[in-house]
Design a protein around this ligand. Structure first.
Ligand SMILES: [Zn+2]
Ligand SMILES: [Zn+2]
Ligand SMILES: [Zn+2]
Length: 94
């Protein structure tokens, strides 16, 4: 399932940040590429994070905002709901 996420202001995804005991990406980035991010700071505009199957095919389904995916709860703010509605309406028209 693809996820709608807010990238951190450092440009990385929530999954690239250390999680706290509740599983929220509230801490700094994993040490990748020398990123100095000290805490997850979500950008206001959400983006679709594409996922692929192990065979490399894109997964068209999008996890609805607020549902859990891979032990991680997706954001359900208004912006995410709106993006989800746009993306799913687009897929249905095809
Ligand atoms: Zn960050
Ligand atoms: Zn970062
Ligand atoms: Zn959101």
């Amino acid at each position: 399932m693809s996820l709608i996420i807010h990238r951190c202001t450092c440009g990385h995804t929530p999954g690239q940040h250390e999680s706290d005991s509740q599983g929220k990406p509230s801490r700094g980035c994993h040490p990748i590429g020398g990123c100095r991010c000290s805490g997850y700071d979500p950008q206001p505009t959400p983006v679709l994070l594409p996922t692929w199957t192990p065979t490399g095919r894109p997964i068209p389904e999008i996890t609805p905002p607020g549902e859990r995916s891979d032990r991680r709860r997706t954001c359900d703010c208004d912006a995410c709901q709106a993006l989800y509605a746009t993306l799913t309406a687009d897929a249905g028209a095809r």
